[in-house]
Design a protein around this ligand. Structure first.
Ligand SMILES: [Zn+2]
Length: 287
């Protein structure tokens, strides 16, 4: 891998887009893959540089990047509303194989553990992992959840999962390809992965240009197209079964403009949030 390679489709062909300064006034250059259209910071930001952007304040202070107060009841309610909407659109509630007993789920980048808690209330053995210790402390001590602090790539699981989720996490990862490969290993036969992320081939993103709401460098490193994320999954042993997009970022929240733009985004599948569902392929069946 070289530092200008697209980690979605492995192409080395790209072109420079622009350079944006972070909130610490550090410059980061964005490139677009000419094959799949995905965009990414290149060269990849240094890991030590990245750490400074994920301090405690990321989850507890109001910024346009972090959350007002990630541990408040209002945030929990809003997050659960989005989970339910996404799971409904993914067909989760209609899949009889996901209603069997003793199913196990893993949420990577679980933050305060709200999705882990959500799956637990549905009767699943639910696990979570996150690099933020303040979040995993809250999840394991306050919510009594099975959540660990650490880097997923370094964590060994002895059990296999039926469902692995990454909600708004993959865009933060320096090496999303390695995560997808490990998820494939950690899933049971025919296991499912659900991923949500910002979508860079959205009409609303194109109109917003450089002012797009998700251009938060360097916290967001990879900006996938549907084609790019599909290629990443299909090249690593998955079959994409569902995808949809929603959200516009247009107008003020709650305004008529926002409601109309969000309606168009979802109806025309051109939202700037992408949700994708994929199933681990049964490699033996294809031999
Ligand atoms: Zn690409």
């Amino acid at each position: 891998m070289n530092s200008y390679q697209c980690l979605a489709c492995n192409s080395n062909q790209n072109h420079y887009l622009f350079t944006k300064n972070s909130r610490f006034d550090e410059p980061f250059s964005l490139h677009r893959c000419t094959k799949c259209g995905s965009e990414y910071i290149s060269p990849l930001p240094d890991e030590n540089r990245l750490k400074a952007y994920y301090e405690k304040s990321y989850f507890t202070t109001r910024t346009d990047r972090g959350y007002d107060n990630y541990f408040s009841n209002e945030i929990k309610t809003e997050i659960e509303r989005v989970f339910t909407m996404n799971l409904n659109d993914l067909g989760f509630f209609n899949d009889s194989s996901l209603r069997e007993n003793e199913l196990q789920s893993l949420d990577i980048g679980c933050a305060a553990g709200y999705f882990v808690n959500y799956m637990k209330t549905l009767g699943w053995s639910a696990y979570g992992i996150d690099v933020s210790e303040i979040c995993t402390d809250f999840a394991s001590n306050r919510l009594q959840l099975n959540v660990v602090h650490g880097d997923y790539l370094e964590h060994k699981y002895t059990n296999k999962f039926n469902l692995v989720t990454m909600w708004a996490t993959i865009e933060h990862l320096p090496r999303p390809d390695l995560f997808i490969q490990k998820i494939h290993e950690d899933l049971d036969n025919n296991g499912i992965v659900y991923i949500s992320t910002c979508r860079c081939d959205s009409l609303f993103k194109k109109v917003a240009g450089k002012r797009w709401r998700y251009y938060n460098v360097p916290e967001h490193i990879h900006y996938f197209t549907l084609k790019g994320l599909t290629t990443l999954l299909e090249d690593n042993g998955f079959t994409v079964t569902t995808s949809f997009s929603y959200g516009s970022g247009f107008g003020k929240p709650g305004s008529r403009v926002r409601l109309l733009a969000d309606y168009i985004a979802k109806r025309c599948n051109t939202g700037d949030m992408l949700v994708i569902g994929a199933q681990k392929r049964d490699e033996k069946a294809t031999l």
